[in-house]
Design a protein around this ligand. Structure first.
Ligand code: UD1
Ligand code: UDP
Length: 375
């Protein structure tokens, strides 16, 4: 009998959240003994934004490094397109897997689809309905050139159907962040010494993260958000692992001195995944503009205050683990006190922690029949 050929899979990532959310996919591919090529675009490249996650999440070294680094949207997208096309032409993968909404994701999906390589988009169908966000543009464009759309929830599936995407391409799988959180929280609780290192104890502090362009590239907004943090620091300890974009803007806007003067505020470097999960799990409340952290707090049962005007994760608001407060100081503070009073009785809506298994099952069965002639 002729052996059925397995599809040639290529996985592409470029930034911190992609490494984290793809980690369960790598574990599943390994468990099933499915070979793949891994390409890293190098959009994130610092030790604390990149390599630390490969170590924490036990991910093998990439086969290819594109080394694109920082730059404008055009430069990042264009450089990835040119460099990844060469690899695709040489390796001829049957399916390329991407996760999320970054420039790395869209550029990869575009390059693959032009070469008629199937694209599998993990975390398809998220919509903030705000085209001012670069990520919203990346999401929409990626979904429309994808062949397999792995939607985390029924809401994301509905968004795709509303945009006219063929139902047969959409698979509701849950979000791989649940798989990653469940798998790593136990390891983090055991291994991470972050609470001791920072001399803090369980449930005594708020955790803050901030990196969204619309917040940190706008001096007025950034000042308002800092003013809210200053106010919260009157009564609470605030831990702020700071994203490199935010560090850069704080310097550019001459805000370093006023921030340093805030008592009870601990600004630290970005953390590895295990340290961050431990800090998140033990926080009294989290303030953030991150996408992934809105999901993780919901999973970890920690109240979340989102410093944005909208969200592509409305499920977290519906289950009441999250509140969207905008960027004005007074609204942020009111949001914090509102969330502190709430009972933590929600049920997380992002699946049962088996998203990676579902996705790998689909690409190894359905993709095969679509991309390769059967014997
Ligand atoms: C990118 C994604 C965003 C995602 C975020 C995750 C796009 C358009 N944006 O935003 O959707 O939420 O990643 O964190 O794709 N920098 C470093 N070291 C690094 C990485 C970045 O110093 O390892 C600095 C550079 O100065 C760079 C800036 O941070 O210019 C911004 O990096 P970039 O990847 O362009 O965008 P992010 O804000 O990280
Ligand atoms: N994260 C981390 N260390 C940090 C801050 C965040 O490991 O110092 C993790 C966090 O657990 C989450 C992910 O990074 O899984 C979110 O990434 P980010 O906020 O950069 O991007 P987004 O999700 O907004 O695209």
């Amino acid at each position: 009998m002729k052996k059925i050929q397995k599809p040639k899979i290529c996985v592409v990532l470029g930034t911190r959240p992609e490494i984290i959310k793809l980690s369960p996919i790598f574990s599943e591919l390994k468990r099933k003994k499915i070979r793949y090529n891994l390409i890293h675009t190098g959009q994130h490249y610092s030790l604390k934004m990149d390599k630390i996650f490969f170590a924490d999440l036990r991910i093998p070294e990439p086969h290819y490094l594109l080394g694109i680094g920082p730059g404008t949207h055009g430069r990042q997208t264009g450089t990835i397109l040119m460099r990844i096309e060469k690899i695709f032409l040489k390796d001829k993968p049957d399916i390329v897997l991407v996760e999320g909404d970054t420039n790395s994701v869209f550029a990869t999906a575009l390059a693959a689809s032009k070469l008629k390589i199937k694209v599998g988009h993990i975390e398809a169908g998220l919509r903030s309905f705000d085209r001012e966000m670069p990520e919203e543009v990346n999401r929409i464009l990626t979904d429309h050139v994808s062949d397999f759309l792995f939607a985390p929830t029924e809401i994301s599936k509905k968004n795709l159907i509303t945009e006219g995407i063929d139902k047969r391409k959409i698979f509701v799988t849950g979000n791989t962040i649940v798989d990653a959180t469940i798998e790593n929280i136990k390891i983090a609780e055991k291994k991470s010494k972050i609470l001791t290192d920072l001399l803090i104890s369980n449930k005594t502090y708020f955790l803050v993260t901030l990196h969204r362009v619309e917040n940190v590239d706008n001096k007025n907004r950034l000042k308002e958000i800092i003013s809210a943090i200053r106010e919260l620091c009157r009564t609470h300890l605030v831990i702020f692992p700071i994203h490199p974009r935010t560090t850069k803007r704080i310097k550019e806007f001459n805000l370093s001195k006023p921030i340093k003067r805030i008592k009870n505020l601990k600004i630290i470097e970005p953390l590895g995944y295990l340290d961050f999960l431990k800090l998140e799990r033990n926080a009294r409340l989290v303030l953030t503009d991150s996408g992934g952290i809105q999901e993780e707090t919901c999973i970890l049962n920690i109240p979340c205050v989102t410093i944005r005007e909208n969200t592509e994760r409305p499920e977290t608001v519906s289950v009441k683990s999250n509140i969207i407060v905008g960027w004005k100081s007074v609204d942020i503070i009111n949001g914090v006190y509102k969330m502190l009073k709430k009972k933590r009785t929600w049920k997380q809506p992002f699946g049962n922690g088996k998203a990676a298994k579902k996705i790998v099952d689909i690409i190894s069965k359905v993709a095969l029949s679509l991309t390769l002639p059967l014997p």
